[in-house]
Design a protein around this ligand. Structure first.
Ligand code: IPD
Ligand code: CA
Length: 296
């Protein structure tokens, strides 16, 4: 696809996420109707569904030949194909949204041959936008101000010790995925004297998409989660890579994971230290594994 077309699509996606954001901020969380999905830590609201409908109608009208995958209408087993595809999370950070905790975003990724090609993420509560087009760099805009090129902050990565790492508890609260989280979180947090890595800080933002954008901006060093879906990461992945960051497997070994890998480790832009950081993080995981992975 021609670069001009990609830039035009990106501009349209920016328009859509801002309009979708208006729907989100004008909804009163206290009057929301919640439905639980897997369990009470995995929820959906009518706003998630209404915003996805709004985005799908706009996108399919303007780009009828492109495929569309959205979190709220996704049917188990549907695979991402090589076709140009919009991958949409209408409200990433739904638990934040119902608590009026203002880390919530609309996330629209556009992938071609399953590769993140355009990414647009917008937090309407903070009026914070992140966007990228493959080969054109990544940008952020705050409160409608000037577009700033990402990363905002860049320094060599100096290993796990000084790092601020994004993690999430997810919705598995027992079993192997929970046990792996406990092991990794504990090992990262513990003092070195007691066998840990004593990282500077661990942060749970409650939105994978926003956290990966923070990594792209250089405001956090890394993000690790097993259990996310393609719609949580598709847009932010493009923003991360265009800013100079990398996305690798959340389990040790794979430097170029597929979009639907379900396990992700995002590392911020840095002229030095990315590879060492990843290898060190993977060593913390050791031989234990989550049950998540790409479809067979
Ligand atoms: C969730 C958020 C959360 C992450 C979960 C996602 P949702 O998306 O991104 O931070 O830990 O894996 O499913 O449910 O708020 O759209
Ligand atoms: Ca999500």
């Amino acid at each position: 696809m021609a670069d001009n077309d990609l830039l035009e699509i990106c501009n349209y996606l920016i328009e859509i996420v801002k309009d979708a954001g208006n729907i989100i901020v004008t909804t009163r969380p206290t009057s929301l109707t919640l439905t639980t999905k897997k369990n009470t830590a995995d929820i959906v609201t009518q706003t998630d569904q209404a915003v996805e409908d709004f985005i799908r109608v706009r996108l399919t009208k303007r780009y009828p030949t492109f495929a569309f995958i959205g979190e709220e209408t996704y049917k188990t087993g549907v695979a991402i194909t090589d076709q140009p595809t919009f991958i949409v999370d209408p409200v990433d950070g739904t638990s934040n949204f119902v608590h009026a905790f203002p880390e919530v975003c609309v996330s629209i990724g556009f992938v071609i041959e399953k590769k993140p090609t355009i990414g647009v993420v917008y937090n309407p509560f903070r009026e914070e936008l992140w966007s990228a087009v493959k080969r054109y760099g990544a940008f952020t805009q705050r409160s409608g101000g000037d577009m700033q090129k990402l990363p905002l902050v860049s320094a060599p990565l100096r290993g796990l010790g000084p790092a601020c790492i994004g993690i999430e508890w997810g919705s598995d609260r027992d079993g192997p995925n929970f046990e792996l989280n406990l092991k990794v979180f504990t090992a990262l947090a513990r003092t070195t004297a007691t066998g840990g890595r004593f990282v500077n800080s661990l942060r749970c933002t409650g939105s994978a998409a926003i956290t990966i954008c923070r990594i792209a901006a250089g405001q956090q060093d890394a993000f690790w989660e097993c259990g996310c879906w393609a719609w949580d990461v598709a847009a932010a992945w493009c923003i991360l890579v265009e800013a100079g960051g990398i996305m690798v497997d959340g389990h040790p070994g794979e430097w170029n994971p597929p979009l639907d890998n379900r396990r992700y480790l995002a590392v911020r832009p840095a002229a030095e230290g990315q590879q060492e950081f990843v290898e060190d993080f993977w060593s913390v995981i050791g031989d234990q594994r989550s049950t998540y992975g790409p479809p067979n």
